[in-house]
Design a protein around this ligand. Structure first.
Ligand code: PMV
Length: 319
């Protein structure tokens, strides 16, 4: 009989984006991020003790370079030299700008810590997850989360029950892996975008209005800050040399349709990350109208309707 730990997490979608690192060595974010954990989309990870470290994602063996530092720091914390056999799967496309690294590294951290019998607080787990992927620090919690600039761990601001009417339509524009990882693109922005410093100066200023809008659950006030945050992040990316452009024609078509919906008085506020997918905030009462219009942009697009999700769920079993 082998002990196996199972952990299920959900991706963290930034409403106010983190982009850029204060410290590359410690993977500390240069800008604060405010995020919502997406309910209805999941990463499931199973970890067992083995002779060598292996990580499979959706059945495919991955190289270990992004995993070994996290494994090593957890092993050091536990004072144990064990190796991990990891099998992970996403019920949404991986490495395509859908924050699979947030849910993936959060699930991995929780599962490995549990199998090592490490007694860690959520904040400590969040800090371990952050060292591998800053957005993963936020996936340690459900609801609405904040990861401060330079912060080691994220915190939960509101639980999943805080805004039950909020929906996030995830529009899958492409299933292909993104052309450049968020890590490499952040570094390219820092090194070559003349707008990077302007982005850093401005990004923090978007946090307060976003927090105020969240406090009153005002979707149009929140949406207008969400739109500024992703637009300015992508403007900085586009000014890199060579330019980094994640958008595809259908991404732009969806953004335009959101604008048309808003012109008609329907709150549909989009955001984008390091990939071509578009996520659209709206209220439950308008999901049918908004998804019908977005689907009409291209009938081939898949649209996932997410709500505000829960934090990690973990189980220990025998196999
Ligand atoms: O945590 P990373 O390295 O996958 O970067 C995430 C970057 C964005 O998704 C674009 C923004 C964010 O705050 O999640």
């Amino acid at each position: 009989m082998t002990t196996e730990v199972f952990c299920r997490t959900s991706p963290s979608l930034a409403l106010v984006k983190y982009w850029g690192k204060k410290s590359t060595r410690h993977n500390l974010p240069a800008t604060p991020s405010l995020a919502v954990t997406l309910g209805g989309v999941h990463t499931e990870t199973r970890v067992r003790i083995a002779d060598i470290d292996t990580v499979r994602l959706n059945g495919e063996l991955l190289t270990l370079d992004r995993f070994t530092p996290l494994f090593d720091s957890l092993r050091r914390a536990a004072g144990r030299k064990v190796r991990f056999q990891v099998e992970s799967s996403n019920d949404f496309p991986s490495s395509a700008g859908l924050a699979s690294s947030s849910s993936g590294f959060a699930a991995l951290t929780v599962a490995c810590a549990r199998i090592l019998e490490l007694e860690l607080s959520p904040a400590q787990l969040s800090a371990f997850a952050r060292s591998a992927s800053a957005s993963a620090a936020r996936s340690l919690f459900g609801g609405f989360t904040l990861l401060p600039a330079g912060g080691f761990a994220a915190e939960q601001l509101y639980g999943p029950e805080y805004w039950p009417e909020l929906r996030i339509l995830v529009v899958l524009v492409s299933r292909e892996a993104k052309p450049i990882s968020s890590r490499a693109a952040m570094e390219a922005t820092r090194l070559s975008s003349p707008y990077y410093h302007a982005w850093l100066r401005n990004a923090g200023q978007l946090l307060d209005p976003a927090l105020r809008a969240l406090e009153t659950r005002d979707i149009s006030a929140l949406g207008s800050v969400v739109r500024l945050s992703y637009s300015r992040m992508h403007a900085a990316l586009l000014a890199s040399s060579p330019p980094v452009l994640y958008w595809l024609p259908n991404s732009v078509a969806i953004l335009r349709e959101c604008q048309r919906l808003r012109d008609e008085g329907i709150d549909a506020w989009e955001t984008m990350d390091a990939g071509p997918q578009v996520k659209v905030l709206c209220l439950a009462s308008e999901v049918a109208a908004v998804s019908e219009r977005l689907q009409a942009v291209d009938p081939r697009l898949k649209i996932i309707v997410a709500s505000v999700g829960e934090g990690p769920v973990c189980q220990v079993g025998e196999r």
